[in-house]
Write a protein that binds this ligand. Structure first.
Ligand SMILES: C[S@@+](CC[C@H](N)C(=O)[O-])C[C@H]1O[C@@H](n2cnc3c(N)ncnc32)[C@H](O)[C@@H]1O
Length: 194
Protein backbone atom coordinates (compact mmCIF):
# COMPACT_ATOMS: atom_id res chain seq x y z
CA UNK A 1 0.00 0.00 0.00
CA UNK A 2 2.82 2.37 0.97
CA UNK A 3 4.60 1.86 -2.37
CA UNK A 4 1.31 2.47 -4.24
CA UNK A 5 0.87 5.82 -2.47
CA UNK A 6 4.51 6.66 -3.16
CA UNK A 7 3.98 5.89 -6.84
CA UNK A 8 1.17 8.44 -7.19
CA UNK A 9 3.15 11.07 -5.24
CA UNK A 10 6.21 10.64 -7.46
CA UNK A 11 4.14 10.41 -10.66
CA UNK A 12 2.42 13.72 -9.92
CA UNK A 13 5.79 15.44 -9.57
CA UNK A 14 7.53 13.93 -12.61
CA UNK A 15 5.98 14.03 -16.07
CA UNK A 16 8.45 11.38 -17.31
CA UNK A 17 6.90 8.70 -15.09
CA UNK A 18 4.12 8.49 -17.68
CA UNK A 19 1.54 6.68 -15.49
CA UNK A 20 -0.55 7.41 -12.43
CA UNK A 21 -0.34 3.94 -10.95
CA UNK A 22 2.11 1.07 -10.88
CA UNK A 23 1.51 -1.87 -13.21
CA UNK A 24 -1.25 -4.22 -12.12
CA UNK A 25 -0.54 -7.90 -11.46
CA UNK A 26 -2.45 -8.62 -14.71
CA UNK A 27 0.07 -6.65 -16.75
CA UNK A 28 3.02 -8.23 -14.98
CA UNK A 29 1.57 -11.70 -15.65
CA UNK A 30 0.90 -10.94 -19.32
CA UNK A 31 4.35 -9.34 -19.79
CA UNK A 32 6.08 -12.47 -18.44
CA UNK A 33 3.76 -15.06 -20.03
CA UNK A 34 6.25 -15.89 -22.82
CA UNK A 35 8.99 -16.46 -20.18
CA UNK A 36 7.17 -19.21 -18.24
CA UNK A 37 9.54 -22.12 -17.61
CA UNK A 38 12.50 -20.33 -19.22
CA UNK A 39 15.66 -20.05 -17.12
CA UNK A 40 16.42 -16.36 -16.55
CA UNK A 41 19.85 -15.52 -15.20
CA UNK A 42 20.64 -12.07 -16.56
CA UNK A 43 17.91 -9.45 -16.83
CA UNK A 44 17.77 -5.73 -17.56
CA UNK A 45 14.79 -3.56 -16.59
CA UNK A 46 14.28 -0.11 -18.11
CA UNK A 47 12.10 2.13 -15.90
CA UNK A 48 11.49 -0.06 -12.81
CA UNK A 49 9.60 2.71 -10.99
CA UNK A 50 8.78 1.55 -7.45
CA UNK A 51 9.87 -1.99 -8.28
CA UNK A 52 6.57 -3.81 -8.82
CA UNK A 53 8.03 -5.83 -11.74
CA UNK A 54 11.54 -5.84 -10.24
CA UNK A 55 10.38 -7.84 -7.21
CA UNK A 56 8.68 -10.44 -9.41
CA UNK A 57 11.81 -10.74 -11.56
CA UNK A 58 14.00 -11.21 -8.48
CA UNK A 59 11.78 -14.15 -7.47
CA UNK A 60 12.61 -15.74 -10.83
CA UNK A 61 16.38 -15.19 -10.58
CA UNK A 62 18.76 -17.86 -9.27
CA UNK A 63 21.15 -16.99 -6.42
CA UNK A 64 23.93 -16.12 -8.90
CA UNK A 65 21.62 -14.17 -11.24
CA UNK A 66 21.80 -10.45 -11.94
CA UNK A 67 19.16 -7.81 -12.55
CA UNK A 68 20.25 -4.39 -13.80
CA UNK A 69 17.54 -1.75 -13.24
CA UNK A 70 17.87 1.65 -14.93
CA UNK A 71 15.59 4.33 -13.49
CA UNK A 72 15.65 8.08 -14.19
CA UNK A 73 13.61 9.25 -11.18
CA UNK A 74 15.68 9.72 -8.01
CA UNK A 75 12.73 9.14 -5.64
CA UNK A 76 12.06 5.78 -7.27
CA UNK A 77 15.76 4.96 -7.09
CA UNK A 78 15.61 5.48 -3.31
CA UNK A 79 12.60 3.14 -3.07
CA UNK A 80 14.38 0.54 -5.21
CA UNK A 81 17.42 0.65 -2.94
CA UNK A 82 15.15 -0.41 -0.05
CA UNK A 83 14.71 -3.78 -1.80
CA UNK A 84 18.28 -4.51 -0.66
CA UNK A 85 18.93 -7.55 -2.84
CA UNK A 86 22.61 -8.14 -3.75
CA UNK A 87 21.57 -9.45 -7.20
CA UNK A 88 19.95 -6.10 -8.02
CA UNK A 89 22.17 -3.39 -9.56
CA UNK A 90 20.31 -0.08 -9.61
CA UNK A 91 21.53 2.62 -11.97
CA UNK A 92 20.12 6.15 -11.76
CA UNK A 93 19.83 7.82 -15.18
CA UNK A 94 18.01 7.66 -18.47
CA UNK A 95 18.40 4.59 -20.61
CA UNK A 96 19.62 6.84 -23.43
CA UNK A 97 22.58 7.88 -21.23
CA UNK A 98 23.21 4.54 -19.51
CA UNK A 99 23.03 2.09 -22.45
CA UNK A 100 26.33 3.39 -23.97
CA UNK A 101 28.03 2.80 -20.58
CA UNK A 102 26.74 -0.78 -20.50
CA UNK A 103 28.01 -1.26 -24.06
CA UNK A 104 31.47 -0.09 -22.98
CA UNK A 105 31.33 -2.65 -20.15
CA UNK A 106 30.82 -5.30 -22.86
CA UNK A 107 27.43 -6.40 -21.53
CA UNK A 108 26.07 -9.42 -23.46
CA UNK A 109 24.13 -12.66 -23.05
CA UNK A 110 21.09 -11.01 -21.46
CA UNK A 111 18.14 -13.43 -21.21
CA UNK A 112 15.44 -10.80 -20.85
CA UNK A 113 15.03 -7.04 -21.20
CA UNK A 114 11.77 -5.55 -19.92
CA UNK A 115 10.84 -1.92 -20.44
CA UNK A 116 7.92 0.14 -19.20
CA UNK A 117 9.33 3.56 -20.05
CA UNK A 118 6.86 5.69 -22.05
CA UNK A 119 8.41 4.72 -25.37
CA UNK A 120 6.32 7.09 -27.47
CA UNK A 121 8.03 10.03 -25.74
CA UNK A 122 11.42 9.18 -27.21
CA UNK A 123 12.36 10.55 -30.63
CA UNK A 124 12.13 8.10 -33.51
CA UNK A 125 15.93 8.03 -33.69
CA UNK A 126 16.27 7.33 -29.94
CA UNK A 127 13.64 4.56 -30.20
CA UNK A 128 15.59 2.79 -32.97
CA UNK A 129 18.85 3.18 -31.12
CA UNK A 130 17.43 1.74 -27.88
CA UNK A 131 15.97 -1.27 -29.70
CA UNK A 132 19.09 -1.88 -31.79
CA UNK A 133 21.39 -1.70 -28.75
CA UNK A 134 19.02 -3.81 -26.63
CA UNK A 135 18.95 -6.46 -29.34
CA UNK A 136 22.76 -6.56 -29.26
CA UNK A 137 22.69 -7.17 -25.47
CA UNK A 138 20.40 -10.20 -25.82
CA UNK A 139 21.48 -13.84 -25.73
CA UNK A 140 20.45 -15.79 -28.86
CA UNK A 141 17.22 -16.96 -27.21
CA UNK A 142 16.68 -13.74 -25.25
CA UNK A 143 13.55 -11.59 -25.34
CA UNK A 144 12.73 -7.89 -25.40
CA UNK A 145 9.40 -6.99 -23.79
CA UNK A 146 7.66 -3.62 -23.61
CA UNK A 147 4.80 -3.39 -21.10
CA UNK A 148 2.59 -0.65 -19.65
CA UNK A 149 2.46 1.02 -23.08
CA UNK A 150 -0.58 3.19 -23.79
CA UNK A 151 0.39 3.48 -27.47
CA UNK A 152 1.89 0.40 -29.22
CA UNK A 153 4.51 2.51 -31.02
CA UNK A 154 7.33 0.23 -29.81
CA UNK A 155 5.90 -2.44 -32.13
CA UNK A 156 6.65 -0.28 -35.18
CA UNK A 157 10.30 0.14 -34.20
CA UNK A 158 10.60 -3.50 -33.13
CA UNK A 159 9.34 -4.70 -36.52
CA UNK A 160 12.37 -3.10 -38.17
CA UNK A 161 14.63 -5.40 -36.15
CA UNK A 162 12.51 -8.53 -35.52
CA UNK A 163 10.54 -10.69 -37.99
CA UNK A 164 7.79 -11.46 -35.50
CA UNK A 165 6.42 -9.09 -32.87
CA UNK A 166 3.42 -10.03 -30.67
CA UNK A 167 1.06 -7.46 -29.22
CA UNK A 168 -1.57 -7.97 -26.52
CA UNK A 169 -3.86 -5.57 -24.70
CA UNK A 170 -4.50 -5.72 -20.96
CA UNK A 171 -7.75 -4.19 -19.74
CA UNK A 172 -7.20 -4.67 -16.03
CA UNK A 173 -4.83 -1.82 -15.32
CA UNK A 174 -5.06 1.87 -14.63
CA UNK A 175 -5.19 2.61 -17.59
CA UNK A 176 -5.57 -0.35 -20.01
CA UNK A 177 -2.38 -0.78 -21.99
CA UNK A 178 -0.33 -2.86 -24.42
CA UNK A 179 2.31 -5.53 -23.94
CA UNK A 180 4.68 -6.01 -26.87
CA UNK A 181 7.04 -8.99 -27.13
CA UNK A 182 9.94 -9.78 -29.47
CA UNK A 183 12.36 -12.71 -29.31
CA UNK A 184 15.97 -12.55 -30.47
CA UNK A 185 15.48 -15.82 -32.37
CA UNK A 186 13.21 -13.78 -34.65
CA UNK A 187 15.75 -10.99 -35.18
CA UNK A 188 16.33 -9.90 -38.75
CA UNK A 189 19.82 -10.68 -40.05
CA UNK A 190 20.70 -7.11 -40.91
CA UNK A 191 20.01 -4.12 -38.72
CA UNK A 192 18.45 -1.20 -40.57
CA UNK A 193 20.60 1.91 -40.49
CA UNK A 194 20.02 4.03 -37.41
C1 LIG B 1 5.00 3.81 -16.66
S1 LIG B 1 6.19 3.91 -15.33
C2 LIG B 1 6.28 2.17 -14.94
C3 LIG B 1 6.92 1.88 -13.62
C4 LIG B 1 6.97 0.40 -13.19
N1 LIG B 1 7.91 -0.34 -14.03
C5 LIG B 1 5.62 -0.25 -13.27
O1 LIG B 1 5.45 -1.12 -14.13
O2 LIG B 1 4.73 0.11 -12.51
C6 LIG B 1 7.67 4.25 -16.26
C7 LIG B 1 8.95 4.34 -15.45
O3 LIG B 1 10.05 4.61 -16.34
C8 LIG B 1 10.86 5.67 -15.83
N2 LIG B 1 11.45 6.32 -17.00
C9 LIG B 1 10.83 7.11 -17.90
N3 LIG B 1 11.65 7.47 -18.88
C10 LIG B 1 12.85 6.87 -18.60
C11 LIG B 1 14.11 6.82 -19.27
N4 LIG B 1 14.28 7.47 -20.41
N5 LIG B 1 15.10 6.11 -18.72
C12 LIG B 1 14.91 5.44 -17.55
N6 LIG B 1 13.75 5.44 -16.87
C13 LIG B 1 12.71 6.13 -17.40
C14 LIG B 1 9.90 6.52 -15.03
O4 LIG B 1 10.55 7.31 -14.06
C15 LIG B 1 8.99 5.46 -14.42
O5 LIG B 1 9.53 4.96 -13.24
Amino acid sequence: MRTKQNFIRVALSDFNVGALAESSQYIIREALRSQEGKPLKKIIEYGPGNGVMTKVLLQRLPADGQLIAIESNRDFVELLREIGDPRLRIICGTIQDIIPTLQKEGLQGIDLIVSSIPFSWLSQEARKEVISNSSEFLAKDGSLIFFHQYIPIAALSLREFFKKVSISFVLRNMFPCFVIVAHKSNAKRTNPNI
